[in-house]
Design a protein around this ligand. Structure first.
Ligand code: HEM
Length: 504
């Protein structure tokens, strides 16, 4: 990471940023994702040079249709982008999600998740370009046809991934899309490198956009080019290195995974374990997520307002930390939302006094030590932009003996400036990791692959602590979510997109 600080803070260039970074396009209920491979680099470049990409500028009325574009590293190579430019991107992006056996293992992509079984994203089925199309109801068909016709000369279509509108509820039946980090678009948050003692939902721009300072007050590495490589002045100069043209500026990395959800398997397992008791079945499902089906946090709200949360539309569902529930009595430590965002500051939680603070700082607090692994949430935030696919399944269908016969799941999409520190850390240390927050033999109850550890230890347990009795435990959890595809993409700023289309 580059430690230089900018001479002056420049305003954010919304017109150069792809809109998905600022908007979830929730009102664009229709969407599909085109996975393309380049068949004619010249024709592909010609289209990319003028593709109608939607920016992050607020439009009134909002656009009826939206197009966003991202590339894999194979895609940049297939376009003929110079190797030394590609080398400036992060190693995770260059290597890709499925190529390196060690990464595949760390992400939990083993057993039924093995990339060898994927529908796309491995071997010859790695896409070059991802085109995300969104539209207001009734407009997608025509929009997709128009874009496919424009892409025909340059690309062949690996797949078109259709999205379903499940009205804000994911296939297992939980309200989704509630918690998001609040991005500091106004660049008012000072670049801090000192300890943060309270959880905040506000994130520095550089956590999600390249070319701006991140939560360490530093600039994430990205391709910076000698200015003669940008003689036409298409790119902006780097804030932290004004002698270089910044190809990363206003871009981000987009992680996409196709996650198939076994809705029948999920509810039937809980139904059997609960001896057919619907209330118990629902209580355990909600404990696994950490929220009720309607989205309320199990831990309950807090009277303290959390910075960066007041403006969020769902703030009443999001204004909480786990500080009042250190043992996981109300929300189990291993619940999905507690694992994926433990809502901690830089130090493990503890009392407010100076003595308690010193004990934690100096490492004399045993409980704090076990919690240390999950501290510093602010360096591991994800901006989620996923969409559901397939048919919505009712509880009666989920519990019926007849197989549903169709697939449903989540196209998990997240944006982050540092794939290793953000997506990969969350996925491997917190979701797949069995030693989370003092737990053993457990991984994420929704997402775990249930493969035994290297030493044969099980990973298929979910425990729910109680105050007055031993933990309630569910053992032998089946695998509920299977990976069917995935890739790492670079979502460029719009000027960088035009530069890439023109460069050789
Ligand atoms: C099929 C797979 C998945 C399902 C069914 C699922 C379901 C959910 C649900 C119901 C919520 C609560 C609603 C909300 O806060 O928006 C949630 C939150 C979240 N999920 Fe997932 N999720 C899945 C995959 C993932 C993956 C792969 C990751 C990251 C590696 C992830 C990260 C998160 C994060 C960061 C939150 C917000 C936590 C918070 O800030 O409180 N999820 N998920």
């Amino acid at each position: 990471m580059n430690a230089q600080r900018p001479a002056a803070v420049t305003p954010v260039e919304l017109e150069d940023i792809q809109g998905i970074l600022r908007f979830g396009y929730k009102h664009h209920k229709e969407a599909c994702f085109l996975l393309l491979r380049i068949k004619d680099a010249g024709a592909a470049r010609a289209w990319l040079a003028q593709a109608p990409v939607t920016s992050a500028v607020t439009a009134d009325p909002p656009p009826q249709t939206v197009l966003q574009v991202a590339f894999t590293s194979e895609g940049l190579r297939a376009m003929g982008v110079a190797a030394d430019i590609i080398d400036g991107f992060s190693s995770e992006f260059i290597e890709g999600m499925s190529r390196d056996a060690d990464r595949v293992r760390r992400l939990g992509d083993v057993g039924p998740n093995d990339p060898g079984h994927w529908q796309w994203g491995a071997g010859q089925r790695v896409p070059h370009v991802l085109v995300l199309l969104y539209a207001v109801p009734g407009r997608l068909g025509e929009w997709r046809q128009a874009i496919e016709a424009q892409c025909d000369a340059g690309f062949e279509q690996l797949a078109c991934l259709p999205v379903s509108d499940m009205q804000g509820v994911e296939p297992f039946g939980f309200v989704d899309g509630i918690s998001q980090p609040e991005i500091d678009w106004a660049r008012q948050r000072p670049a801090r490198d000192q300890d943060q003692l309270a959880y905040t939902n506000l994130s520095c721009l550089g956590e999600f956009l390249l070319g701006y300072p991140n939560e360490y007050g530093l600039y994430t590495d990205r391709p910076l080019l000698a200015t003669h490589r940008d003689s036409g002045g298409m790119l902006s100069r780097a804030e932290d290195n004004p002698d270089k043209a910044d190809l990363g500026r206003n871009g981000s990395y987009l992680v996409m995974r196709q996650l198939r959800q076994d809705v029948q398997g999920f509810w039937q397992f809980l139904h059997q374990q609960a001896g057919g008791d619907p209330a118990l079945r629902q209580r355990w499902a909600e404990a696994m997520v950490g929220r009720t089906l309607r989205g309320e946090p199990l831990v309950g709200g807090t009277s303290k307002v959390i910075a960066g949360d007041a403006a969020a539309p769902a703030s009443e569902l999001n204004d909480f930390t786990y500080g009042s529930d250190p043992q996981g009595i109300r929300c189990p430590l291993g619940a999905h939302i507690r694992r994926t965002n433990p809502r901690n500051a830089d130090l493990p939680p503890g009392g407010p006094g100076i003595v308690s603070w010193l004990k934690r700082m100096l490492g004399f607090d045993a409980e704090a030590l076990s919690q240390d692994l999950v501290a510093s949430t602010r360096f591991h935030r994800l901006l989620r932009r996923g969409r559901d696919y397939g048919a919505q399944v009712s509880m009666a269908q989920a519990l019926a003996d007849t197989p549903i016969g169709s697939e449903s799941g989540l196209y998990f999409i997240c944006l982050n400036a540092n794939i290793a520190r953000q997506f990969e850390f969350v996925q491997s240390a917190w979701v797949i990791g069995t030693k989370f927050d003092g737990l053993r033999n457990e991984s994420d109850p929704l997402l775990g692959n249930r493969q035994a550890g290297a030493d044969g230890t099980p990973t298929d347990v979910f425990s729910m602590p109680r105050t007055d009795a031993p933990d309630e435990r569910l053992c032998g959890l089946p695998q509920f979510v299977t990976v069917h595809g995935g890739a790492y993409f670079f979502l460029p700023g719009i000027r960088a997109l035009r530069y890439l289309a023109a460069s050789r």
